[in-house]
Every structure is written in structure tokens, then in C-alpha cells.
Design a protein around this ligand. Structure first.
Ligand SMILES: [Zn+2]
Length: 467
């Protein structure tokens, strides 16, 4: 296949794109027919849901370094191979290995009575002594309030109780406004002289299920244990404190961090017909927390990516460029998989774009599209292909934790956007199970990934070069 170089000036920057000579684009009407075939085949199959059910049954707990994560890696390889995908392989990566351990208990001790408090350790937390930590509680809404409390914090369990801002439309914005309590609460508690951190779960859902998630320590600050309590538990504790501000909470956690463990990203492809060395990456993360089954977070994103390739293969659609599905390891507590993928040397390869799905298996709405204005304009022309399934809402700005290191190297990043109002009902908790996923919504996400990755693999994207 001969290539010629096309150079044009767009929005003040030079756009260079390689077009395959003698291989004319079928135009939008041809692509509409292809998109329709993909959609019909996907909706008819329900295969995404059976793949996700299989993953959730095989490896419900897939935290990095765990036996579950090992099973998930094997599941990924086996699944790619059984679907006939190409160049299936593992790329090794060392990952953090934090374990929850068998003990995870808390209770409110009020007027000689013990009221149990459902609790879960935050990922990365140290454990308590075997006898637990029993202390009075200081409740705060913010780090500023904690710092202003002076000596009152000393020797106390610091309870960070700032709720999601329910007035915000975006649950991710509400999460962003609260999540520093989970990530840095233990450090702030220790700085203030506290002995442990309790954090209101990162959700707006009023139930008695605590939500875990990552936290960090920093050098030079003592390490105190950190755990989440449910929304109902937070209300119960606030109510109890209103009756007796000197009540005590007992906390027992057996979690600990073990030495780093070997693991892997899992790769499988549909090799391009004309430019196999030009790669469109699609992916989600294979690891998940050791609560629930990681169905939405992020089994759904893995399955979106696998099913997208399976659909193209089933229909005999082989685009010009390679589409590579990557099941990334260790998004939740280290992002080592995403970093290792971007750092790996693959001579002769050019990554054209990277698409991540990590917002759950809900009804897809569209894509966030990163890169240049020219990239957005190019992708925008394909919106009519996504309109029949109402996934044509394209917005500027594409990101994803696992593709972040690729984006940092200049690769245009896209993120699958879904209806995310329920995402934090389930996120990082026992609520995140397969029964919370709708078969058709999940499949439509895979169909959207298939159409978008196919179009990029077929048509390419403008590459911004310095004038
Ligand atoms: Zn995730």
C-alpha cells in the first residue's frame, strides 16, 4: 500500500495526516451501514453481560497483588484467546500488595452500650494494634476546621464528615469535592495529634454500606489507621455524639502492606490490514477493590473493550490500523499498569489514540475527546454514526487514569462517558455487583467503543506537528 503525506493548515497549527492511497473512505453513508451492523450484532448477542458475569464469578476480588488479581489476569488471557483475538499476551508489571486481613470492626461505646458501626479499611492503611484503638471522637467538616481545633484533636479519632454536595449535577464533581478526606484524612489526623481517621463514605447513597478507596501517607508524618463508615453509620455517630460528646469509638483493623508483587497488563488485538504498526488503544482496568465484584468499576470497562474487538471480528471488519485492547492492572492503588504500558518500548509503533472506559457500565452518552481542536473536529464528524444509539454527545477533553501516561506523551485520549448518576451508589463497595448492571446498557457501551475505535483505526486522526 502506498502512502502519501497530506499537510494542511488548521487553526494555526500544521496538521499532518497519512492517508492510504487507492483505499478510498466509504464516506459517512458507508460507515453508517457498518455502525448499524455493529449495533445490531451487539444488541442481539448480549455477550458483554455474559463476559462480565464470567469475570465477576471467576475473580470478584481483584485487588493488585491478590490471588483474585492473578485469576483475573488468566481470565483476561483465556478470554482474548477463546475469542480468537490476535497477539494475545501479558506485559509484566510489579504492583503494590496491600491486604485487608480478617479483622475489620468498629463500635460506638455509649453509656456502657456497644453499638456496632460497619466499617472498612481504606486501601493502603496501616492496621490497628490487635487490641484495637479506643478513643473519643472529634468530628470535622474540613482540614481547615481540624487545624483550627488545636489541642482538641490530640488523642482523638478524627471523623471527617463532609458530605457530597448534592446540588452539583455531576457526581464526579461531588466526589472531587469530598475525596481529599479519604486520600489525605489520615495524614491530617496524624498532624493534628489524632490517633486514627474515620471517613464518611464517598457516596450520596443513604445505606449502611461503607465504601473503600485509596489513601496515602507522606514521609515525615506518623501513620495512623484510616477507615470508612457508611452514610447511615455517619448519621448514627453524629447523633450519638450529640447525646454524649465524650463517647468513645473502638476500631480494630488487621490490614497491612506486603512487598510488591508480580502482575501484568493483558493485551489482545485486531491487527490492522494496512498499518498494523499504528495502534488505537482501548481499555479499562482489570484490578478492583476487594469489596463487591468490581462489576461497574471497572469490569465494565474491560468488557467494553473486549466486546468491541469481538464484535468487529465476528462481523469480519478489519480496519486499516490495529485496535489493541489493554486490560490495565493496578488503577486503584498505584496506576503501575498504566505507567508501565506507556513506558514500554515497542519499536516502530505509533499510538494513534487511546480510549478508556472507567465510569461504569451504565447507558453510554458520548465521549470526552482530548487532543487538539483538529482532533475534536475530526471525531465530531463521526457523531452521526453514534446518533442512532444516542451516544453522540461529544465534549472537549478526554482523560482516564490508565491512559494518562499516554496522554502525557502527546497521544490523543478519549473517555467513554456514561449516565453516571448512580456510579457512586456502587463504587468501591459491596454494592458493586453484576446485578447492578443492565445487559443492554453494558452492550451499548461496547458498541460505542467498537464504532469509535473502528473509525479512528480506519480514518486516523490529525496529528498536530510544530509549524
Ligand atoms: Zn475504576
Amino acid at each position: 500500500m502506498n502512502n502519501f503525506l497530506r499537510i494542511c493548515i488548521f487553526s494555526g497549527i500544521v496538521i499532518v495526516s497519512l492517508e492510504a492511497r487507492g483505499d478510498e473512505s466509504p464516506g459517512l453513508s458507508g460507515y453508517l451501514e457498518t455502525a448499524s451492523r455493529i449495533t445490531k450484532a451487539g444488541l442481539r448477542s448480549g455477550k458483554a453481560y455474559s463476559l462480565l458475569s464470567d469475570l465477576c464469578a471467576t475473580a470478584p476480588h481483584r485487588l493488585s497483588g491478590s490471588e483474585g488479581a492473578k485469576k483475573a489476569v488468566e481470565w483476561g488471557r483465556r478470554t482474548f484467546e477463546s475469542l480468537g483475538l490476535e497477539r494475545v499476551r501479558l506485559e509484566p508489571v510489579m504492583v503494590p500488595h496491600w491486604v485487608r486481613g480478617p479483622v475489620e470492626e468498629a463500635s460506638i461505646i455509649l453509656a456502657g452500650e456497644r453499638v456496632p458501626l460497619r466499617v472498612c479499611a481504606l486501601g493502603g492503611s496501616v492496621g490497628t494494634p490487635a487490641a484495637g484503638i479506643t478513643a473519643e471522637v472529634l468530628v470535622v467538616q474540613s482540614f481547615e476546621e481540624l487545624r483550627a481545633s488545636g489541642e482538641k484533636a490530640r488523642g482523638k479519632i478524627i471523623f471527617f464528615n463532609r458530605a457530597f454536595d448534592r446540588s452539583l449535577f455531576s457526581p464526579f464533581a461531588a466526589y472531587g469535592g469530598a475525596v481529599n478526606q479519604r486520600g489525605a484524612g489520615a495524614v491530617e489526623a496524624a498532624r493534628a495529634g489524632g490517633v486514627a481517621a474515620l471517613v464518611r463514605s464517598m457516596t450520596a447513597r443513604r445505606d449502611d454500606v461503607p465504601h473503600t478507596g485509596g489513601m496515602r501517607y507522606v514521609n515525615g508524618v506518623g501513620q495512623v489507621p484510616a477507615a470508612a463508615i457508611s452514610i447511615v453509620g455517619a448519621e448514627r455517630l453524629v447523633d450519638a455524639l450529640s447525646r454524649d460528646p465524650h463517647l468513645k469509638v473502638e476500631l480494630k483493623l488487621s490490614c497491612e502492606t506486603l512487598p510488591d508483587a508480580p502482575s501484568a497488563n493483558v493485551l489482545g488485538e485486531l491487527v490492522g490490514s494496512a498499518r498494523p504498526h499504528e495502534i488505537v488503544v482501548i481499555g479499562g482496568h482489570l484490578d478492583c477493590w476487594d469489596k463487591g465484584q468490581g462489576a461497574h468499576d471497572d469490569g465494565a470497562g474491560c468488557v467494553h473493550s473486549i466486546e468491541a474487538l469481538r464484535l468487529l471480528k465476528e462481523l469480519g471488519i478489519r480496519p486499516k490500523r490495529t485496535i489493541r485492547a489493554v486490560l490495565f492492572m493496578n488503577e486503584e492503588n498505584g496506576t503501575r499498569g498504566g505507567e508501565a504500558y506507556a513506558a514500554a518500548s515497542r519499536p516502530g509503533e505509533l499510538t494513534v489514540a487511546a480510549i478508556e472506559s472507567d465510569a461504569g457500565g451504565f447507558m453510554p452518552r458520548g465521549f470526552g475527546v482530548g487532543g487538539s481542536v483538529a482532533t475534536f473536529d475530526a471525531v465530531g464528524k463521526w457523531a452521526p454514526l453514534l446518533a442512532p444509539i444516542e451516544v453522540n454527545h461529544l465534549v472537549r477533553g478526554g482523560h482516564g487514569v490508565d491512559i494518562g501516561p499516554l496522554i502525557a506523551k502527546g497521544v490523543p485520549g478519549l473517555g467513554l462517558n456514561v449516565d453516571n448518576q448512580r456510579y457512586f451508589d456502587y463504587h468501591h463497595s459491596d454494592n458493586d455487583t453484576i446485578d447492578k448492571v443492565n445487559e443492554r446498557e453494558l452492550e451499548l457501551g461496547a458498541i460505542a467503543m467498537a464504532i469509535m475505535s473502528y473509525m479512528i483505526a480506519e480514518e486516523g486522526l490529525p496529528v498536530a506537528a510544530k509549524p
